[in-house]
Design a protein around this ligand. Structure first.
Ligand code: SF4
Length: 182
């Protein structure tokens, strides 16, 4: 009997994915696909912002109110999800303790790219009233790159919606193809 070379399905998908991606990225096909799809994907990305449903303290109440009928953040395509694997925005609010820091970083790492981070309220920006505490991280940007800061204690729901609109503009201005990244 001759040698039999077999792939497990998981390995085959990984191999095929790598080959396909390599061909598309290095050939003019990739640029062509990006040229045709770039606008559409950018439009879809900025109009379907999925923040992680994560809140620590008082600012989390303002975050909840922003999605209630009076402010209705969903009209901008903002829909909260409870798993980082379905999210593209990490919205941090409240004081981040040193104990929580590695877990929050892991949540960020588990989010697929492209992804963005919003620091909502003084606690997330600098530690807020707890900036001098032995147990609080003085700002989430100490361990995660932050794209948008929302000042306030608490940050109002209107300010959060304004941040989402700013993020949509930022995504529109940094339009990139999925395959070539250009
Ligand atoms: S910024 Fe103010 S309102 Fe927001 S979580 Fe901190 S203490 Fe509470």
């Amino acid at each position: 009997m001759g040698n039999v070379i077999a792939f497990r399905s998981k390995d085959f998908v990984k191999w095929a994915d790598g080959v396909l991606e390599g061909v598309l990225r290095r050939s003019p096909i990739g640029s062509g696909v990006d040229y045709l799809t770039k606008d559409f994907f950018n439009w879809a990305t900025r109009n379907s912002i999925y923040p992680l449903h994560f809140g620590i303290m008082c600012c989390a109440l303002e975050m909840a109110v922003a999605s209630a009928p009076r402010f209705d953040a969903q009209r901008f395509g903002v829909i909260y999800r409870s798993t980082p694997r379905q999210c593209d925005v990490l919205l941090v609010n409240g004081p981040v303790s040193k104990k929580l820091k590695p877990a929050l970083r892991r949540l960020y790492d588990q989010m697929p790219g492209p992804k963005w981070v919003i620091a909502m309220g003084e606690c997330a920006i600098s530690g807020g009233p707890f900036y001098n505490s032995y147990s609080v991280v003085p700002g989430v940007d100490q361990f995660i790159p932050v794209d948008i800061y929302i000042p306030g204690c608490p940050a109002r729901p209107e300010a959060l919606i304004d941040a989402f609109i700013k993020l949509q503009k930022m995504i529109k201005e940094n339009k990139k193809g999925l395959l070539t990244g250009k």
